[in-house]
Design a protein around this ligand. Structure first.
Ligand code: SF4
Length: 138
């Protein structure tokens, strides 16, 4: 018998003009498109800000991982502002602190080290996605 798995919502902050904001988005894309397609789902931060019913329902009904580009924590706060809970909250700079050999740079587009860091971070987050999907964390 197969076990029903939850979708896991991944919400990066908008992070315009900051390398770590770009890293947050790239990590989310890696996770959703390459590492856990079909299990991890993206939603758009501005949709939560405008209280979009579908975006709100998505974060209310599924475990949510937020990835923020700075301590202001816009993604984290946006989820809480609609009355939902964040299962796991990350700041993109912590991915760099764990992998100091990969220094992200670039605003519209990450440098090569930043792209590799996003890929590494997404691989690491895949275990969190799997645990949340199985109802084991959060
Ligand atoms: S958390 Fe920081 S980088 Fe991300 S959108 Fe907010 S202010 Fe910008």
């Amino acid at each position: 018998m197969s076990i029903k798995k939850n979708d896991v919502v991944v919400l990066p902050c908008s992070g315009i003009g900051k390398a770590y904001g770009t890293l947050a988005r790239e990590t989310a894309y890696e996770l959703v498109e390459r590492v856990r397609p079909g299990l991890a789902k993206l939603t758009c931060l501005p949709l939560l800000v405008i209280n979009d019913p579908q975006a709100k329902q998505l974060v209310m009904n599924n475990p949510v991982i937020t990835i923020d580009g700075c301590p202001k924590g816009c993604a984290h706060k946006s989820v809480e502002s609609v009355g939902a809970q964040v299962a796991k909250a990350y700041q993109a700079i912590d991915f760099y602190k764990a992998h100091k050999e990969l220094k992200p740079d670039g605003i519209t587009e990450l440098n090569d080290a930043g792209r590799r860091l996003a890929a590494v971070a997404a691989e690491e987050l895949s275990q969190v996605v799997d645990a949340l999907a199985a109802g084991e964390e959060g």
